[in-house]
Design a protein around this ligand. Structure first.
Ligand code: UD1
Length: 399
C-alpha cells in the first residue's frame, strides 16, 4: 500500500486538545501515513491558540491561515477559498476535522466539494438545540463526512437515526480524554494554585462563553448574580474568554465580589486549576467530559447537552441560567450532600487516537483506485439498503 496522506485541521481552542493525540498517533505510524497540519486562524490570540502548542507538545502548523475575527460567517467565508487552494496543492487522501467549531464545517464543506475524504472526530454528538451554532456545525459536518469517528454509543444512535450508513461509523472513544490522561502529571507541576493563592478543594472554577449566555445582557446578568451568591461561600476563579470579557464591558456588568476574573489559561494551568476545584461551573462542552473523567462536580449552565453520558455516568448536572437552580445545586454540592467518583465511560481509556489512525488506515486500502480519476469521478455511492435491513439495523443499535 502506498503512503496515506492526511491533512489535519485545527482552528479554535477546543480543537487543539483533540488533535494533539491524533498527530502523535499518526507519528507512530509514519511508515504508512504522512501528515500536514493546517491552522485556520479562527482563534489567534496567544492565550486562545499559541500556548496550547507548547503545552500539548504539538508541532507548529505547517500552514497557518491569517483569517482573524469578524462575524462567524465572514470568517468561514475567508477560510474556504484559502483552504481550497491548500487541498488542490496538497491532494491529501483524507482531511481530518475535529469537534464542532466554525472551522470544522468550513473545511469539511471545501473537502467535500473537492471530493477529498473527510474523517470527523467526535461525530454524532447532538444537543437537539438548533439555536447553538455548534449544533448546526455538527449536523452538517456529519452529513458530509465519509468516516464518522464517535466517542460513545449515544453518538452512533444519533447518526443511524439520521440515516448515516453504518459502514461509515467507527466508535473509537474520547480523544480529549487521551490528552487529559497524558498531561495530568505535567499539569501537577503548574504553579497556578500558588500564584492565585488557592488551596485544593477550597475554590470553584467558572468558564462562560456561549452566545446564548453571554451575548444577552439579561442572561449574563442572571448568571453573574448566581455566581455572586456562590462566591459568598468560596472564591470563584473565572478565566474569562475574550468574548465574555468584551460583553461584560459592553453591558457595564462587573464581576461580583469574590469572583476573580483572570485571562484565559493554557492547557496545563487550566487542568491544574479545575481538577483541584471543589466545583466547576461551565457552559463548555469539553469541560463536562473532563470533569466526568476526574470526578469533579460540574454544574453546566445550559438547558441541554450534546454529551448526555456525562450526566448518566458522570458528575455533570444541567442547571440552565436560573439563579435559584444554579445556587441550589451548588449548595447541595458544597454542603457535602453529593460526591462523585472519577468515571471512565467505555473507550475513554487514553487510546482513542490509536483507534482513529487504525480506522483510517483500514479504510484507505483502495485509495489509489478511488482517486485515479479524482476530477471526473462522482462521489462514492453507498450501497442502498432495503427498508427491512434498515429497521433491523436500527433495532439492533437501540437495544
Ligand atoms: C468558539 C466555538 C465554541 C468553542 C469556543 C471555545 C464556534 C461556533 N464556536 O466560540 O464551540 O467552545 O470557540 O473558545 O466555532 N476572540 C479573540 N481572540 C481569539 C479568539 C476569539 O479575541 O483568539 C474573540 C473575538 O472577538 C471573536 C470572539 O472572541 O470574534 C468569538 O470567537 P469565535 O471563534 O467566533 O467563537 P467563540 O465564542 O470563541
Amino acid at each position: 500500500m502506498s503512503m496515506v496522506k492526511i491533512l489535519n485541521v485545527v482552528g479554535a481552542r477546543p480543537n487543539f486538545m483533540k488533535m494533539a493525540p491524533i498527530i502523535a498517533a499518526i507519528g507512530r505510524r509514519s511508515d504508512e501515513v504522512s501528515q500536514t497540519l493546517v491552522h485556520t486562524g479562527q482563534h489567534y490570540d496567544e492565550a486562545m491558540s499559541s500556548v496550547f502548542f507548547g503545552d500539548l507538545r504539538m508541532p507548529k502548523p505547517d500552514i497557518s491561515l491569517e483569517t482573524r475575527s469578524g462575524t462567524p460567517t465572514g470568517q468561514m467565508a475567508r477560510i474556504m477559498p484559502l483552504f481550497e487552494e491548500i487541498l488542490i496543492a496538497r491532494q491529501p487522501d483524507w482531511v481530518i476535522v475535529v469537534g464542532d467549531v466554525n472551522s470544522t464545517l468550513a473545511c469539511a464543506l471545501v473537502a467535500s466539494r473537492l471530493n477529498v475524504r473527510i474523517a470527523h472526530v467526535e461525530a454524532g454528538l447532538r444537543s437537539f438545540d438548533r439555536a447553538m451554532p455548534e449544533e448546526i456545525n455538527r449536523l452538517l459536518t456529519d452529513q458530509l463526512a465519509d468516516l464518522l469517528l464517535t466517542p460513545s454509543a449515544d453518538a452512533d444512535a444519533n447518526l443511524l437515526r439520521e440515516g448515516v450508513p453504518i459502514e461509515r461509523i467507527a466508535r473509537v472513544g474520547n480523544v480529549m480524554i487521551d490528552t487529559l490522561f497524558q498531561q495530568l502529571e505535567r499539569a501537577r507541576n503548574s504553579t497556578v494554585l500558588d500564584e492565585l493563592e488557592l488551596r485544593p478543594r477550597e475554590f470553584a472554577a467558572l468558564t462562560l462563553h456561549r452566545p446564548a449566555n453571554v451575548d444577552d445582557p439579561e442572561s449574563l446578568g442572571r448568571i453573574l448574580y448566581a455566581i455572586g451568591a456562590i462566591a459568598r461561600e468560596l472564591p470563584v476563579i473565572f478565566p474569562a474568554h475574550p468574548r465574555t470579557q468584551a460583553r461584560m464591558r459592553e453591558f457595564g456588568l462587573n464581576a461580583p465580589a469574590g469572583v476573580r476574573v483572570i485571562a484565559p489559561l493554557g492547557y496545563l494551568d487550566f487542568l491544574q486549576l479545575w481538577s483541584n476545584a471543589r466545583l466547576a461551573l461551565t457552559d463548555s462542552g469539553g469541560l463536562q467530559e473532563e470533569t466526568t473523567a476526574l470526578g469533579v462536580p460540574c454544574l453546566t449552565l445550559r438547558e441541554s447537552t450534546e454529551r448526555p453520558i456525562t450526566i448518566e455516568q458522570g458528575s455533570n448536572r444541567l442547571v440552565g441560567s436560573d439563579p435559584a437552580r444554579i445556587v441550589g445545586a451548588a449548595r447541595e454540592i458544597l454542603s457535602g450532600g453529593v460526591s462523585y467518583a472519577a468515571r471512565a465511560p467505555e473507550l475513554w481509556d487514553g487510546h482513542a487516537a490509536d483507534r482513529i489512525v487504525e480506522a483510517l488506515i483500514a479504510r484507505s486500502n483502495h485509495i489509489g483506485q478511488k482517486y485515479s480519476h479524482r476530477a471526473t469521478e462522482p462521489r462514492r455511492q453507498e450501497k442502498k439498503e432495503t427498508e427491512g435491513q434498515r429497521d433491523q439495523r436500527n433495532g439492533e443499535t437501540e437495544r
